[in-house]
Design a protein around this ligand. Structure first.
Ligand SMILES: *Cc1c(COP(=O)(O)O)cnc(C)c1O
Length: 357
């Protein structure tokens, strides 16, 4: 089955084989070595040239675990979080913040709307109690890219901390983590890094994690300093999903061999191909080109077609697409191009699509 949903993604045989590596105890040095390898590769991939300024913290759990750990761990006592909400995942951050009553009124936008960095500057001026600005890099809800580098710069200039959910961004979209003083970025194995779901991570500035260690522990399980301190000592606080970690380690080797820039270029080329081919069939995209990501496209449903018909016809032919959410659920369908996919896979999808319509 070819997965054209935004994670879990199709993985290579090499990554799949890594799942079957020898049984291992998580309290033995082999496991410590595996985790150190993953951490180093993450830094090499996402903060090249600034590896010594950052650290990577690995968690067992889907992407949301990393986002929740980042948001709840990185806030000093008495301070608040301001969330930018222009999609389901921005809403999820707001829900995390609300679960602990740590928020101020969010910046709420339409799903196709990009936040204005100057409005964020103004909001931060009006809210001295806000220490964290949290937002999503690639809003997977519709496939929209938020201007996180520009926003992170403003947030840093104002002495606040930008916490970024790049769960569906890292590996597929350019992100200047070190250059724009982005202190905290959450990611996952099972999307553009082309591993399996079940392991996620947070990239965090070294100086900052020292400070975070003194902040209130708002969760027992999802507390970043707990993982950081254990991982620095070559151990882990809880039983990790070791086999999934081994596959993640292999997926990171693949990413470094391909090169992050080349991976991004490959995704951009595939997305452009899908958009051109469907445009030729009269299928329109929800977003204008300049707001679209490299790895997911929201298309309007062709006239007279329901999502279910389209989905079922494609699935019969071996392709899984993804539904729209909320008010868009009967208007759009989503096609992701993340994962170990080839041009032939995309051509096959386009032929199947033509057959159906
Ligand atoms: C997939 C995704 C997540 C995490 O979802 P999980 O189901 O927990 O892996 C978070 N943020 C964004 C933007 C995502 O696309």
């Amino acid at each position: 089955m070819i997965l054209l949903n935004p994670g879990p993604v199709n993985v290579s045989e090499r990554v799949r084989k890594a799942l079957t590596f020898p049984d291992m105890c998580h309290r033995e040095p082999e496991c410590a070595e595996l985790i150190q390898n993953i951490r180093q590769k993450l830094l090499k991939a996402f903060v090249p040239g600034a590896e010594s300024e950052y650290t990577a913290i690995i968690l067992t759990g889907s992407g949301t675990a990393a986002v929740e750990a980042a948001v709840l761990s990185c806030l000093p006592v008495g301070k608040r979080v301001l969330t930018v909400n222009n999609g389901v995942y921005g809403q999820r951050i707001s829900d995390i913040v609300a679960s602990q009553r740590l928020g101020v009124p969010e910046i709420k936008l339409e799903w196709d709307e990009v936040p204005d960095p100057e409005k964020i500057r103004t909001a931060l001026k009006h809210h001295p109690e806000v220490q964290t600005l949290a937002l999503v890099h690639h809003e997977t809800t519709v496939g929209l890219i938020n201007p996180v580098n520009e926003i992170a710069q403003i947030v840093d200039d104002m002495g606040r901390v930008c916490v970024v959910d790049s769960v569906s961004g890292l590996g597929g979209e350019a992100l200047q983590v070190a250059g724009s003083h982005m202190y905290v970025v959450a990611g996952t194995a099972g999307k553009c890094i082309q591993g399996f779901p079940g392991v996620s991570f947070v990239l965090i500035r070294r100086g900052f994690i020292e400070r975070v260690s003194k902040y209130p522990k708002r969760s027992m399980y999802l507390n970043l300093p707990r993982y950081f301190e254990a991982q620095e000592q070559g151990t882990v606080p809880f039983t990790p999903a070791i086999q999934v970690y081994a596959a993640f380690n292999e997926a990171l080797s693949e990413l470094l061999e391909e090169g992050v820039k080349n991976r991004i270029k490959r995704y951009a080329t595939s997305a452009a191909f899908l958009r051109d081919q469907l445009a030729a069939l009269g299928v329109k995209t929800l977003l204008p080109a300049e707001r679209q990501s490299n790895s997911l496209t929201s298309f309007f449903l062709p006239d007279g077609r329901t999502y279910q018909e389209l989905h079922d016809g494609l699935k019969e032919r071996g392709y899984v697409i993804y539904a729209g959410q909320g008010l868009l659920s009967n208007k759009i369908f989503r096609v992701a191009n993340m994962g170990n996919l080839t041009q032939a896979d995309f051509e096959g999808f386009v032929s199947a699509f033509k057959e159906i319509i």
